[in-house]
Design a protein around this ligand. Structure first.
Ligand code: SD4
Length: 331
């Protein structure tokens, strides 16, 4: 199949006749778009939402073995995807209102290539399917049955992802039918960023989404610019929490743009949370409702911030693995 780069080049060639703006797009996708930093300046770093230290340590291992940031974030994201006890990601994820586990994921590399899957069912590693979409098709996003058929064609196996404990939790929920707001008890979505020894940044985000969501609901996690975004000139950002608030403020894109304009990763995360708190005052006062961001810039500096207490990030840098509690906006 025609690969993405040749497709983009061809598209740029055709569109080039219409306007010179497309020439920039071609350049942005080319291998010349390497980091501004020299390899001696880059500090390999991995950072992920929540207590995902095993994921950041795994991603760091990939970097230490000479792997790319892209390989690192995929390897890191696969850790919670395969963990039956993680009820927000992949295998073991809490199902939707119909009792079906539906998965969203996206991945983006330092060249601006991206892949995404939404509403995918029965595949344990949606992040790897998203990577295949990125590498093997001319598209960015595949959804539902089409995403499943694509995964099966590429050798992924279909399996039951609904583990017994998640099934029992869903059955209990069905009795009470409480609103499925994302709060401190029901989320661990992983958003993960990595910078490799070349100073290149990639990102990944993968989730089973809001527990007991309406069948068909897609959250922010597979939406580039919302759940995750990377621009290798500047840095990257990821989100976790109630996707509706992230999608309507395009938080990850916003954070990257704020960093482009001089904000530190911390300042950018605080501003993005501030926008949510200001615009959605009535929502965010809901007791448990949470959104958390993290960001990484080209100087290997990172930041993180959330609406309320309880959010943390896992970081691996300079031989240290840490889990850090986030500061938050609402006391
Ligand atoms: C969503 N943002 O689907 C995801 C859920 C999440 O931790 O982050 N859970 O809205």
């Amino acid at each position: 199949m025609e690969n993405r780069r040749s497709f983009i080049k061809k598209s740029a060639f055709v569109l080039g006749a219409i306007g010179s703006g497309m020439a920039c797009t071609t350049e942005a996708q080319s291998d010349n778009n390497t980091a501004n930093l020299s390899s001696t300046q880059a500090i390999p770093t991995t950072i992920a939402t929540w207590d995902n230290q095993e994921a950041t340590a795994t991603a760091m291992q990939v970097l230490q073995n000479g792997g790319s940031a892209l390989d690192a974030v995929e390897a890191g994201a696969k850790i919670p995807e395969a963990n039956a006890e993680d009820t927000s990601v992949g295998y073991g994820g809490l199902p939707d209102a119909k009792g079906i586990v539906t998965l969203d994921a996206c991945i983006m590399d330092h060249l601006g290539n991206a892949g995404s899957v939404t509403f995918l069912q029965g595949i344990k590693h949606p992040i790897s399917v998203a990577r295949k979409v990125m590498e093997e098709t001319n598209h960015v996003m595949l959804s539902g049955q089409g995403a499943l058929e694509f995964a099966l064609r590429h050798g992924f196996e279909q399996e039951n992802l609904l583990v017994e404990t998640s099934k029992l939790a869903w059955e209990e929920w069905k009795m009470e039918q409480k609103s499925p707001l994302i709060g401190k008890d029901n989320h661990d979505t992983i958003g993960i960023l990595a910078m490799d020894a070349q100073g290149n940044i990639s990102g990944a985000c993968t989730t089973s989404g809001a527990a007991y969501k309406l069948h068909g609901r897609v959250g922010d996690s597979p939406i580039l610019g919302a759940g995750m975004f990377v621009d290798n000139e500047v840095g990257g950002a990821c989100a976790t929490g109630l996707g509706e608030l992230v999608m309507t403020t395009l938080g990850s894109f916003l954070i990257v743009e704020l960093m482009r304009n001089g904000a530190s990763p911390q300042q950018a995360c605080e501003e993005a949370i501030g926008r949510i708190v200001k615009r959605y005052k009535n929502w965010v006062t809901e007791d448990k409702l949470q959104v958390g961001y993290l960001a990484l810039n080209k100087k290997s500096e990172y930041g993180y911030y959330s609406i309320r207490k309880g959010y943390s990030v896992a970081v691996s840098q300079n031989g240290k693995n840490k889990n850090l509690d986030s500061k938050f906006a609402i006391r």
